[in-house]
Write a protein that binds this ligand. Structure first.
Ligand code: GLN
Length: 488
């Protein structure tokens, strides 16, 4: 029965377990075999927790044997981006500075999964401190895109997207500050969702830019995404920005119809300059699918998007410079040896511990916050952030959801942009405005070009995850893109 178990979705695996055709131990074993087969090439994982996973799987199997009903994630393996704290398991943020850090507690999202019986397989590679769009900023090694090993999987949750695409995990958690779930999901041909800011607790997520960071799922299809959202969303008293509102059953949105979604908006600015012809073509095809589903299509202009990238790289770096001040060699992780005094210990620890992109961001952020420049840069960026929010508010008065490409191009080659940070930053042009506004969005597969996946981004108003899932599922039912898999 373990034949190709690793290719199955969460909802398929749940059926197999419920009907006792497969045990959790069988499933976990099959996935680790798959990891052994392909991870030499893909390099999605930083840490594997096989012994603990098998013990947990045995416990679940006992529960399955006794109980009549099992939950949708019970006994299902999951992998976690390495910036979410896992009690007793290394959490490195793919940084030398945390290379040996073992947290004494779990992130709330991880606890939620474990409480629902999910089995943690291990921790996934990422760009150092989630800063990047290609997974090349990992201090350890780059992850490769399973569709073409010469290309990047995207980032910063590149390990999460690659693991799901390569069937090395049925689903994964990622984090998204400016696109880090959706952009790699797009590059790797999987589904990735960034929930409304505050919908999933950030407690135990190592902070990059606290006003933008959000945890979300990467999965093989929209159904799985809805199931995972039901588990990880919800209020958490440990996160003061967490939203205290009832979580709906997201699977109710899986109707295959657009129902109350009457008008689909297309972001004009994200179909013009800088978008590659093959991506544009796929989005135009997607628009036709929505027309066939009965939606009215409306072009929507978002004038503030022109400034979104500049705004993001001020707000995100400012917050990062403050958040990363805590890594001083005293409290967490690395401490540089042989420093003659305290100040040189601080300097040396940070010089040795942080990679070039992290240093670049700390310097940019410190500059933007320094007196004399604060008004000119940080404050201005905050004002632009408000304009972006208003553009979305105006748009959602006219349309129910908005669509755009997730990324301007398909996955680029490893090394292609590493010496050019600005061109790397441009790959998040379509995803960044969403984080600045705090709204939810999903990326789903909508095409292939040069053998590489293309992603469709669907955005909704604050707390309208159900509408997004409804629109995404209806699209998925009418197309076959989510069934395409890389040949490894
Ligand atoms: N690529 C963007 C950055 O480098 C977004 C990262 C993220 O979402 N964590 O900041």
């Amino acid at each position: 029965m373990s034949d190709k178990l690793y290719t199955k979705t969460v909802h398929e695996l749940h059926q197999l377990m419920k009907t006792k055709k497969v045990s959790s131990v069988e499933l976990v074993t099959a996935i680790y075999e798959r990891i052994e087969q392909v991870d030499d090439k893909v390099k999605a994982y930083l840490t594997l927790t096989k012994a603990a996973a098998l013990i947990e799987a045995q416990k679940v199997d006992k529960r399955i044997a006794d109980a009549k009903e099992i939950g949708p994630l019970e006994g299902i393996p999951v992998a976690i981006k390495d910036n979410m704290c896992t009690e007793g398991v290394k959490t490195t943020c793919a940084s030398k500075i945390l290379a040996n850090y073992i947290p004494p507690y779990n992130a709330t999202a991880v606890t939620e999964l474990e409480d629902d019986g999910a089995i943690i397989l291990g921790k996934l590679n990422m760009d150092e401190f989630a800063m990047g769009s290609s997974c090349e900023n990992s201090a350890f090694f780059p992850t490769h895109n399973p569709w073409n090993l010469k290309t990047v999987p995207g980032g910063s949750s590149g390990g999460s997207a690659a693991a799901v695409a390569a069937d090395e995990a049925p689903f994964a958690l990622g984090s998204d500050t400016g696109g880090s779930i959706r952009q790699p999901a797009s590059f790797c041909g999987v589904v990735g969702m960034k929930p409304t800011y505050g919908r999933v607790s950030r407690y135990g997520l190592v902070a990059f830019a606290s006003s933008l960071d959000q945890i979300g799922p990467l999965a093989k299809d929209v159904t799985d995404t809805a199931i995972i959202m039901n588990v990880i969303c919800g209020y958490d008293p440990y996160d003061s920005t967490s939203i205290d509102k009832k979580v709906p059953d997201h699977t109710k949105a899986l109707t295959g119809k657009l129902d109350e979604i009457k008008t689909v908006g297309v972001v004009k600015e994200l179909l013009g300059k800088g978008i590659s012809p093959e991506v544009k073509k796929s989005i135009e095809e997607a628009i036709k699918v929505y027309e066939k589903l009965g939606a009215k299509i409306k072009m929507i202009s978002m004038p503030s998007f022109e400034y979104a990238l500049s705004c993001y790289y001020l707000v995100a770096t400012a917050e990062a410079s403050s958040n990363l001040a805590r890594y001083d060699g005293v409290k967490f992780g690395l401490r540089s040896a042989d420093s003659p005094d305290l100040l040189s210990m601080y300097y040396n620890t940070r010089r040795e511990g942080f990679g070039p992109e992290v240093k670049r961001r700390i310097m940019l952020g410190t500059y933007a916050l320094s007196s004399g420049y604060y008004d000119a840069y940080y404050l201005k960026a905050q004002k632009i952030r408000t304009l972006i929010k208003r553009d979305f508010e105006a748009a959602f008065k006219e349309v129910d959801v908005l669509i755009s490409p997730t990324t301007p191009t398909v996955a680029f080659n490893i090394g292609e942009k590493s010496d050019d940070p600005l061109s790397m930053y441009l790959s998040d042009i379509a995803t960044i405005p969403i984080n600045l506004a705090g709204i939810p969005a999903i990326s789903i597969p909508c095409g292939l070009a040069k053998g590489l996946p293309i992603g469709l981004q669907i955005m909704g108003n604050v707390l309208e995850e159900e509408k997004i899932i409804k629109a995404a599922y209806a699209f998925e039912q009418k197309t076959k893109w989510h069934k395409e898999r890389p040949k490894l």
